[in-house]
Design a protein around this ligand. Structure first.
Ligand code: ZN
Length: 255
């Protein structure tokens, strides 16, 4: 058998962040290091049962604590107690264009709406790109919700969440991307594959389909609304604590 490499293989990292519900075991921070509970200097290993996912700050701390403390944290990670993944998108500059699949949006804040319910919104304020996303489950409670770059997601339903401040990818199963947000290049990029109310929406570099409608290679500039799905006579209200289900209401006509 060959000697393990210091570089931790991807399947091990996926396993470690998944068992930690995609956050530091101590504080839930989504920026992760991978700690060897049995130190590398003692045994050269990448055995996940003797490793855990932890943020850089707590990495320094946890290595000074007894090993039993780390094994206990591994079994009871912070995000398991709250059931949520949390993070914040941070970018060094504003991206004037927003690309969803093969469609480009410029000065068009409402990128994608579903029965007038905003699903993806994008705006620039104080040279900051601000993204808001609402991905509902079948009862319209949020699976993923991003409000002006602040991310909250249901951590138990994802196979993997990759996060690095300006890059985010949610996957429900291996090889399929639910939602990918990339703020590293000149434009803000979003791709994904969603199901809302039984309607399928796919937007990637190769496939663009909005509930049966193919909208590709288009540029939307200075539009009030980019891509809208559903009859605009009706408005869809998200459920809240007072109402358990989403409601469709007649849209009030503005004169
Ligand atoms: Zn931490």
């Amino acid at each position: 058998m060959s000697e393990p490499k210091r570089y931790i293989p991807l399947p091990i990292r996926v396993q470690l962040r998944k068992e930690a519900y995609f956050g530091c075991v101590e504080c839930g921070n989504p920026i992760l290091d991978y700690h060897h509970i049995i130190p590398w200097s003692e045994v050269r290993h990448n055995e996940p049962e003797h490793m855990l996912a932890v943020c850089p700050t707590h990495h320094r701390e946890i290595s000074k604590r007894p090993r039993n403390y780390a094994y206990d944290k591994k079994k009871n990670p912070f995000n398991a107690s709250i059931g949520k993944f949390r993070g914040e998108l941070v970018t060094d500059k504003a991206r004037p264009s927003f690309i969803m699949g093969t469609n480009t949006f410029i000065s068009t804040p409402n990128i994608f709406t579903y029965y007038t319910l905003p699903i993806i919104k994008y705006r620039i304020e104080n040279d900051q790109s601000l993204l808001s996303v609402f991905i509902p489950d079948q009862h319209f409670w949020p699976e993923i919700e991003i409000v002006d770059n602040d991310i909250v997601a249901n951590s138990s339903i994802f196979w993997d969440i990759e996060f690095s401040s300006n890059y985010l990818r949610f996957r429900k199963k291996e090889g399929e991307t639910s939602l990918e947000i990339d703020l590293r290049g000149a434009a803000a990029l979003v791709s994904g594959s969603l199901s809302i109310d039984g309607n399928r929406f796919r937007f990637s570099a190769t496939k663009t389909n909005f509930g049966g409608a193919v909208i590709k290679n288009s540029t939307f500039e200075n539009c009030g609304c980019g891509i809208g799905f559903g009859d605009n006579k009706y408005r869809l209200l998200r459920p809240n604590y007072a109402m358990r289900r989403p409601q469709r209401v007649m849209q009030r006509v503005k004169w």
